[in-house]
Design a protein around this ligand. Sequence first.
Ligand SMILES: [Zn+2]
Length: 445
Amino acid sequence: MVGTRQVVVGAAIVRDGRVLACRRTAPPEAAGRWELPGGKVEPGEVPEAALVREVREELGCDIAVTSWLAAETTIGDRYVLRVAVAALVAGEPDPVEHDAVRWLGPDELGDVDWLDPDRPFLLPIAEWLETPNADPRPTLDTVTSVPDERLLLVHAHPDDETIQNGATMAKYVAMGRGVTLVTCTAGEMGEILVPELEHLAADREDGLGEHRRGELDDAMKELGVTDHRFLGGFGTYRDSGMQWHADGYAIPADETHQNAFWNADLREAADHLVAIIREIRPQVLLTYDQFGNYGHPDHIQAHRVATYAASLAAVPSYKPDLGEPWDIPKVYWSAMAESRFRATLKLLREAGDTETFSGMEPDADFGPFVTPDEHISARVDGSEYLDTKLAALARHRSQVETDGLFFRGSENGQSMWGEEFYRIAKGTPGPVGEDGWESDLFSGL
Ligand SMILES: [Zn+2]
């Protein structure tokens, strides 16, 4: 437990199987001894950002934090030291506050006289260096500093993120916020709406998952999202498929694949997400409501996994090897606002469009498919990003008809896709506007 001690962070900067050590010049009792670069986390600063800042000040180079080592040590009775593995992303270490730097392989870590607080980290660092392919290899678009405000989205299939939250994602990226998407399955069982891709179907070549992985990559490029991952890694969980209940909502298919997400062990699936939550430390988590918006079993499972993982991630004694505890301040569920949905349907029908949401009339009872306005807590106006959202949606090519409802709906009732609505499931809403809703998911934090 950190308690009231101030956090000091150190960087194990790793390259070519070696770690960077720096020699101190002051104070006199530390001069000539070696340490990992780093320093104190300032009030209001996240540890990753402090580390990036300290290394830039001390060594004139930029790093990207890869992961935190599980150990921590105390320095006197005022400080606690945590160490992260990091990669160099720009510049070469050029000591300003130190008088020498050395790259040390796992067998050379004992060759220098380390300061005492760093010593407990030498064994985990040596183990890291000895792991094959352990070097963190940042891609070109690796961020060099961690944004102060970070959003984590948990979705079941590629395209759900764009349909439900695409405008919010594009807007927050444009605002410099961190946006991390976790997709739980590759959407292997999705309905293929493009005839020339039908050969990929599960009952033919079963190649849809790999194809949709590429579609998701392309869609995230449109939205500007650089951090997107599959839960447990690509292919860990498979799309469960679904069937329609006579009453118009989705239910599990009669038979599901062994790997189907619906059959996943809840704690095992949650653990994958706990590690990500503790790494990203998001202030806001977005996922589905308990009904998955329309009953899709994978949406319901994603809701369960996200909800469970958010709880577990906050418990300090729960699996410390998965990272430092993190309690996400605000959790939201995506929602379809009832008033907006009825208004859009009305516009469509008045315009003579009977195909979009066919069979649904503006005054019908939509059940849990929509959320009463009084249960909505936030409306993100992403109308400036509507074109971006639709461009991303078009990248999910196997799943959309470009003359389909999203595109028709956007011509006839723009507000339907440019505004995105949310229910708050954890945390306190921030200030609200005249409409009674928050306009920003981060408000009040
Ligand atoms: Zn879905």
